[in-house]
Design a protein around this ligand. Structure first.
Ligand SMILES: Nc1ncnc2c1ncn2[C@@H]1O[C@H](COP(=O)(O)OP(=O)(O)OP(=O)(O)O)[C@@H](O)[C@H]1O
Ligand SMILES: [Mg+2]
Length: 334
């Protein structure tokens, strides 16, 4: 799964090395940047922390990077945690009571916060108070602690799994979109120069085309192609190096990897083009439902290869053509 945008261990260092350090280095997502700059400036003028921010969108598009940039811009500390890491109310209480005024608390994978934790978060977000219940039964008492002013920045790949009440407590909700190809090219240029890689312009285009419009995938491919170029040549990334390395990784000119092709192949051949439900598709491809939803489907939908209908996933004509198959006659789709 070389192009799966989810962070893998091999990405951790690469993500850190290549993480944009200034607004200018954060390519694309102009609308989000403009909105965030206003939130930040308005807060600064009022002398308050910025409103709580929710960032959502597919993996590897730059949510964590944005959270760090906001902290940098506000000149504040950022405390990083995640939904699954906060298991008990006590965990959250200790994080919150240890915040310094105006700190940013970054909660990644916010859709995995459990209900109990969410309920403690509501008053913390709204009125900066922490309600803690001490004891059990009739002698239980609630004590209320005041918290310092802080900003919660939450990130999720699955906005649909976030509860309504939690969503409604954010002052800014931003959806990250897939990048334009030219933006991915700019990201590749920056990464190549940071990693001291010579990247020929045509090769850059090829890698950009294969990167699922996703910065993390682009950076990972750059590294893999560089490895190929070092083993087979001088390390310079030429068109030939890019072509051969991508072929070796079984990535086609649409950026599809074997699993993507397996998924559209299954929809077409096993389910006559669909519609097919997620469960059946997962069973037919031996992939996990969550992986299909989070990793494969967003990109396949983005490039117009599959569509989601109320009755399930459907393969489009483009998907048939890509596999060299004849699409059914007009009217039979969907
Ligand atoms: N706008 C951008 N400009 C330049 N590089 C970027 C941009 N967005 C992301 N990147 C690069 O992609 C890497 C992955 O981004 P990041 O970790 O912020 O994604 P994410 O949305 O938090 O992913 P996940 O959902 O897996 O947590 C970053 O380390 C950075 O190198
Ligand atoms: Mg992240």
């Amino acid at each position: 799964m070389i192009t799966a945008p989810k962070q893998k261990n091999e990405d951790k260092n690469l993500d850190l090395t290549l993480r944009p350090q200034k607004w200018d280095e954060y390519i694309g997502q102009k609308n989000i940047k403009d909105n965030l700059k206003i939130l930040i400036q308005a807060a600064a003028q009022r002398g308050q922390p910025i409103e709580h921010v929710l960032l959502y969108g597919p993996a590897g598009l730059g949510k964590t990077s944005l959270a760090h940039l906001i902290a940098r811009e506000m000149n504040t500390n950022i405390r990083v945690t995640s939904g699954p890491a906060i298991e008990r109310v006590g965990d959250l209480a200790s994080i919150l009571t240890n915040l310094m005024p105006n700190d940013i608390l970054f909660v990644d994978e916010a859709h995995r916060l459990n209900k109990m934790i969410e309920e403690v978060l509501y008053p913390a977000m709204e009125s900066r108070t922490l309600d803690i219940i001490i004891g059990k039964g009739p002698s239980a008492k609630t004590i209320q602690l005041d918290l310092p002013p802080f900003t919660l920045i939450a990130a999720t790949t699955r906005i649909g799994l976030l509860s309504g009440p939690l969503r409604s407590r954010f002052g800014g909700i931003f959806r990250l979109d897939f990048y334009k190809e030219e933006d991915i090219q700019k990201i590749l240029e920056r990464s190549a120069s940071l990693l001291r890689i010579t990247l020929e312009p045509e090769a850059k285009k090829l890698i950009a085309k294969s990167s699922r419009f996703t910065p993390r995938v682009a950076n990972r491919l750059l590294k893999r192609v560089r490895d190929w170029a070092e083993v087979h040549g001088t390390g310079v990334i030429t068109t030939e190096a890019a072509n051969k390395a991508l072929a070796l990784l079984e990535i086609d000119e649409q950026g599809l990897e074997p699993t993507d092709r397996k998924i559209i192949d299954a929809i077409i051949k096993k389910f006559h083009g669909g519609p097919v439900g997620l469960q059946a598709l997962a069973a037919a491809t031996s992939e996990e439902e969550e992986t299909i939803i989070e990793v494969y489907e967003p990109y396949l939908m983005q490039i117009g290869f599959i569509e989601r209908t109320p009755r399930g996933r459907v393969a489009t004509h483009m998907a048939y053509n890509h596999l060299g198959l004849v699409p059914p006659a007009q009217g039979q789709l969907v």
